[in-house]
Design a protein around this ligand. Sequence first.
Ligand code: GDP
Length: 297
Amino acid sequence: MAFDTLSDRLQGAFKNLGRKGKVSPEDVEAALKEVRLALLEADVNYLVVKAFMKTIREKALGEDVLKSLTPAQQVIKVVSDELQHLMGDENVPLNRAAMGATTIMMVGLQGSGKTTLTGKLALYIQKKLDGKPFMIAADVYRPAAIDQLHTLGNQLGVTVYSEGTDKNPVDIVRNGVAKAKSEGYTHILIDTAGRLHIDETLMDELIAIKEVAQPNEIMLVADSMTGQDAVNVAIHFHDDLKVTGATLTKLDGDARGGAALSIRQMTGVPIKFVGTGEKLDGLEVFYPERMAQRILG
Ligand code: GDP
């Protein structure tokens, strides 16, 4: 599971502290040094680490912590609270349309998990929001993506709109959105194309799709296994598209956690969901508090 190494390292950092009844500023400094190394090794962006360390140092070395009856626990609480803060404090729910269907557009690199997330969100909308989702296959460059979405649609009993691979994706989206709106669906999920790397032609296409679809949510799908690259991709997509939410996929793997801990600070974009498996039920709503607790064990 993601964060295992980070969890071990952080717990190790506090072990010595926990054995002492009294804690000196030097003890805290030594523990914080370990925390810093653990975060850097987890591939958290160094600017994020720097700001994080400044805050926790001020708080953890405060009189109220050192003179408390349980200084070790207080230091851990400071770190836990700041980890939560780093990830956005509170869960930010999916955006929704003030009226009519809510449109969600997936964006991200190829292989990040967009098509899978489209299916997972359809299931989430059916089960948790009691909605009637509609999926649009706009990834015309990867024929398998269209088949994959149809397979997911069949499994879920969800309508999939596609026009094959030789049509312009912007037209496909325009037609699909019109159909979904006229037929009373509650959520329109658009699976877009990704490339292996960001390229301007693709970005222009996504901007054009955004224009015609006017999505309520532009969901950046980022592969947590790619660490800092996921953060750089997020920055780029956000610059061009004004992303409104992020889903970090493959958190069931051995991702070191850097992406989860850096994306919010580096982009301001809230993480709304995490992907925890290849199957359709491998989706969790992202709660910063629970994630911070999971990391600190
Ligand atoms: P796309 O190119 O962005 O549409 O990516 P896909 O949805 O096709 O996903 C790429 C690969 O990642 C597939 O093999 C998926 O099964 C896998 N995948 C997607 N999300 C997750 C996840 O949360 N956990 C794991 N373990 N695999 C995932």
